[in-house]
Design a protein around this ligand. Structure first.
Ligand code: NA7
Length: 566
């Protein structure tokens, strides 16, 4: 184990070109090499902090390193779903498709790591097994899967909001004798499903993309659907050169539009920057509604998120859009009985929209069957397959597209011990507790990116992560300027933030639907403090207020003398 000499070394290293006390001591350890992690390495380096990033995967890319299922496409345009802090990256990288696939996203992450020379501060294939706060030394002591121990003053958890896959605890789950796959942990070398009898459980974004892609390859496919989604065409295709050139020439304008759009993305509407929609759906004329909806339908992807604000808060307004989209779904399904089962009834947008490619058309195939679980769920997984009521469906392979323990799962699964050895699993036992989705009480100098308590579910995580990391960087500089060692939030601040989160989500229609947005996809999971649904503008105000007030409210700053350890 390395020893730490004094706080002064780490405190001043941003002005003295990274004077970490030994090769294994850093101002900041960053966990996770997704877009947020890469951003953090770059930013910390710009500010003069010594940083080391640890990544469990063998390559950079984060979510897109792990998520490799067939047909995966990100449903946000590639020109938007990309990092905006580097002009060089923006100009030198050209996307090949309107919507990126994981391979291209990983190539992009590699390009960023190489072009910005980030690799020398990144350690791949290295999982952080334990992170423990040393209360005597005001330092984090972290152990990685290679058996190394490193000490850092700060920790940035860039571990992603949709990273901890879940499988429902079906009776007999382990008895199945065929192959089992989870959408989020697809074998990197792919799976040959040709001619096989395959069952897919789950029809969220992952299930829909998998089903549409494997239907033509498998012998027979059974789709187990509990709740149908609102699927609308992604309309992916090769990137038009003219569009790419135009965006690059005006990237600052595009980025500003993204940032200040309430959803942080989805600004492209038929390849133009769309204006945010204001006013009420209830005040619009039928002609205005039709024109707006048709324009979005033609544009594809998730452009329907840019809609009258009251669609999110008022059932009557919501129903106007829901009726339109249900009609579009029914137009795509020939069999009216099938259309009944595949058409969603819940308020639109309260579960994530699904951008599909020929999904409903798949059900015209003779080798695809839909099993409706809305009245009667799966009773058990058997050695041969899946039993629903009296029917046993036999499979060679089962695909679980059953989602994630969103927003809190990654940190709860890690052995991160704050003050008094308390872990996130313990601290968040009854629900997520954060202040502004950035810090948790009892975890000093540890920052959480794009996770619990933040607006991440409804705002582009790439942009949010960047803004959070910039906020954290400025905070670290301020601590140094004021010769302080430590910042932490309080239980009272967490209560207050949890209350604000609850107030914001209660003002919307989201709680009416069982989705990961509100934690209802995991039995017993609380929605308290899970995410901030009050809008990015308001979230920014909280971040700014904290900063301009010198972190006096809702944080505790300290300059405790450090005891030498090691
Ligand atoms: P989602 O959107 O959480 O979808 C999970 C799916 O799994 C959904 O259709 C669930 O049905 C279904 N599910 C979960 N448990 C069961 C059980 N017990 N029985 C049957 N079906 C079940 O995860 P995805 O991976 O598709 O997408 C996650 C996000 O990634 C997505 O929103 C985008 O942001 C990208 P339910 O709807 O709960 O009835």
């Amino acid at each position: 184990m390395s020893s730490v000499t004094s706080s002064a070394n780490t405190r001043s290293s941003n002005t003295q070109a990274s004077q970490a006390s030994s090769a294994l001591d850093y101002d900041v350890v960053i966990v996770g090499a997704g877009f947020a992690g890469l951003t953090a390495v770059h930013r910390m380096r710009e500010l003069g902090f010594s940083a080391r990033l640890y990544e469990a995967g063998k390559d950079v890319g984060g979510t897109w390193y792990w998520n490799r299922y067939p047909g995966l496409k990100v449903d946000i345009e590639s020109v938007e779903y990309s990092l905006s802090f580097s002009y060089v990256i923006e100009q030198e990288w050209t996307w090949s498709e309107r919507y990126p696939a994981p391979d291209e996203l990983c190539r992009y992450a590699n390009f960023v790591a190489d072009r910005l020379d980030l690799r020398r501060d990144i350690q791949l294939d290295s999982r952080i097994d334990v992170a423990e706060f040393d209360e005597r030394a005001n330092l984090w002591v972290l152990q990685n899967s290679q058996g190394e121990t490193v000490r850092s003053r700060f920790v940035i958890m860039a571990t992603g909001m949709l990273n901890q896959p879940i499988k429902p605890s079906f009776k007999g789950l382990d008895s199945f004798q065929g192959q089992q796959y989870h959408s989020a942990r697809w074998p990197r070398d792919g799976v040959d499903l040709s001619g096989q009898r395959v069952g897919v459980i789950g029809t969220g974004s992952s299930g829909v993309q998998i089903i549409s892609t494997i239907a033509s390859e498998v012998g027979h496919l059974h789709v187990f659907q509990r709740t149908p989604g609102y699927c609308l065409p992604l309309r992916n295709h090769p990137m038009p050169e003219e569009y790419s050139t135009r965006v690059k020439a005006n990237y600052a304008q595009w980025r500003a539009a993204e940032r200040y759009n309430s959803f942080g993305g989805w600004v492209a509407l038929n390849y133009e920057i769309g204006e945010p929609v204001t006013g009420s759906a209830l005040d619009a004329t039928p002609e205005e509604l039709q024109a707006l909806f048709d324009e979005r339908w033609k544009s594809g992807g998730l452009s329907f998120y840019n809609i009258y604000p009251d669609v999110y808060t008022d059932l009557e307004a919501n129903e106007i859009l829901a009726v339109y989209l249900r009609g579009k779904i029914r137009e795509r399904i020939k069999d009216p009985k099938l259309a009944d089962i595949l058409t969603p009834k819940y308020p639109v947008l309260t579960k994530r929209l699904i951008a599909d490619t020929n999904y409903y058309e798949v059900y015209e195939r003779d080798n695809v069957s839909l099993v409706d679980l809305s009245e009667h769920g799966i009773d058990e997984i058997t050695p041969k397959g899946v039993r629903v009521g009296d029917t046993e469906y036999e499979f060679d392979a089962l695909v679980f597209a059953t989602g994630f323990d969103a927003l809190i799962g990654s940190l709860k699964a890690m052995d991160v011990r704050g003050r008094k050895g308390i872990t996130f699993a313990e601290h968040w036992e009854d629900g997520a507790r954060t202040h502004m989705g950035l810090m948790s009480a009892g975890f000093p100098n540890l920052f959480i990116i794009n996770a619990a308590g933040s607006p991440a579910p409804l705002f582009a995580p790439v942009i949010l992560g960047q803004e959070q990391i910039e906020w954290v960087g400025r905070l670290m500089l301020k601590l140094n300027e004021r010769e302080l060692d430590c910042i932490e939030t309080t239980s009272k601040a967490e209560d207050h933030w949890g209350g604000l989160c609850e107030e914001a989500v209660s003002a919307t229609l989201f709680p009416l639907t069982e989705s990961w947005y509100v934690g209802k996809n995991v039995p017993g999971k609380s929605r308290t403090g899970l995410a901030y649904f009050g809008g990015m503008d308001n979230y920014r105000k909280f971040m700014t207020e904290a900063e301009v007030s010198g972190y006096e409210k809702d944080f505790v700053l300290s300059a405790a003398p450090l005891a030498a350890t090691g």
